[in-house]
Ligand binder design. Structure first.
Ligand SMILES: Nc1ncnc2c1ncn2[C@@H]1O[C@H](COP(=O)(O)OP(=O)(O)OP(=O)(O)O)[C@@H](O)[C@H]1O
Ligand SMILES: [Mg+2]
Length: 146
């Protein structure tokens, strides 16, 4: 990010920020609530565009990438998790609709949600959402990660 500036409306949220995140590393963005951390990450995937400066990925402006290639290369676990009123297995399949059951289970094991899913009466066929199983905040986040 090179000297970026961003406002949702009139209030400036990001002002003159420059940072470089090296490839294949882990970075934590830490700051006060409402400080602009989520906004900063959303700018990387072009959910919004900066008004000043530029956001580059691998040296190229994010605006030069197609939305398809951006979406294929970003994964987000939002603070607020969105799940569909559908079976748990189908929610996990969201990123790859044709994934076989073994792959769904493998993803669930990696995200540490396989064990609690197996304890539900209908296991991976359990419908979540309105009128379905109620899951805790952390359980929903794990399914979202998977
Ligand atoms: N869609 C939006 N429209 C207008 N203002 C917004 C929008 N999203 C966030 N804001 C405002 O921008 C500021 C930064 O919000 P942001 O969500 O980036 O903060 P954050 O650092 O992620 O906070 P938290 O630690 O609470 O998650 C906040 O003051 C918020 O009210
Ligand atoms: Mg946030």
């Amino acid at each position: 990010m090179r000297n970026i500036g961003f406002s949702y409306d009139k209030r400036k949220i990001i002002d003159g920020i420059s940072l470089k995140i090296p490839e294949k590393t882990t970075t934590a963005i830490v700051g006060p609530s409402g400080g602009g951390k989520t906004t900063l990450t959303n700018l990387m995937a072009r959910f919004w565009d900066v008004q000043e400066g530029e956001v580059l990925l691998g040296g190229r402006n994010v605006k030069e990438y197609s939305f398809d290639s951006l979406m294929k290369n970003f994964s987000f676990v939002f603070q607020r998790v969105y799940l569909f009123e559908d079976a748990i297995a189908n929610n996990i399949r969201f990123g790859e609709p044709d994934a076989p059951m073994e792959k769904v289970i493998e993803a669930a094991k990696k995200a540490r949600c396989h064990d609690f899913i197996m304890q539900l009466p209908n296991k991976y066929d359990t419908i979540i959402g309105e009128g379905g199983a109620s899951l805790s905040g952390g359980e929903k986040q794990r399914i979202s990660i998977a």
